[in-house]
Design a protein around this ligand. Structure first.
Ligand code: HEC
Length: 137
């Protein structure tokens, strides 16, 4: 029997499924010791690969623009790498609802992340190259 949707379960799911790794500024640098009030505000450092350059969205703002029912569809949509959209696709409705309620409860904060860029486009923002490198001998 799936757990009923609840804000504290949403917090737990966000924490253990790695959303903060990309969507929360400084989360890795601070070993995950970032106050919940600072979670998921998006990051303006892009990931660049064959898909172009993608930026981890500000989920605090995203969630404000849709209802909980709309989130179920939105959360499962295909995204550019390295967003693990297939992890959200695999979540139960109850878990996605918990996530929605938790993220919504944080309130809006911060600014939108830059829009994704197509391959080859130059970016004014810093980016992390996401392409395998072979050491030169
Ligand atoms: C490895 C980095 C990474 C991780 C981990 C990650 N994301 Fe993302 N996420 C991204 C990037 C980059 C984008 C932008 C993708 C694009 O432009 O299509 C994104 C986009 C999204 C979007 C679309 C938002 C919008 O406004 O368009 C949602 C929703 C989302 N992520 C939710 C999550 C959740 C929930 C988790 C935790 C389960 C998570 N992400 C984990 C990198 C990540």
């Amino acid at each position: 029997v799936p757990a009923p949707p609840a804000v504290d379960r949403g917090e737990y799911l966000v924490k253990i499924s790695g959303c903060n790794d990309c969507h929360t500024p400084g989360y890795n640098e601070r070993n995950g010791r970032v106050p919940v009030s600072e979670w998921l505000t998006g990051v303006a450092v892009g990931f660049r690969g064959p898909w172009g350059t993608s930026y981890p969205s500000n989920l605090r703002l995203t969630i404000r623009s849709m209802s909980e029912d709309e989130w179920l569809t939105f959360a499962r949509a295909r995204r550019l790498p390295p967003m693990p959209w297939f992890a959200l696709e695999a979540m139960t409705d109850a878990d996605l609802r918990s996530m929605y309620r938790f993220i919504y409860s944080l309130g809006p904060q911060g600014v939108r992340a830059p829009a994704a860029l197509p391959p080859g486009a130059k970016s004014a923002n810093p980016y992390i190259p996401f392409v395998a490198q072979t050491a030169k001998r």
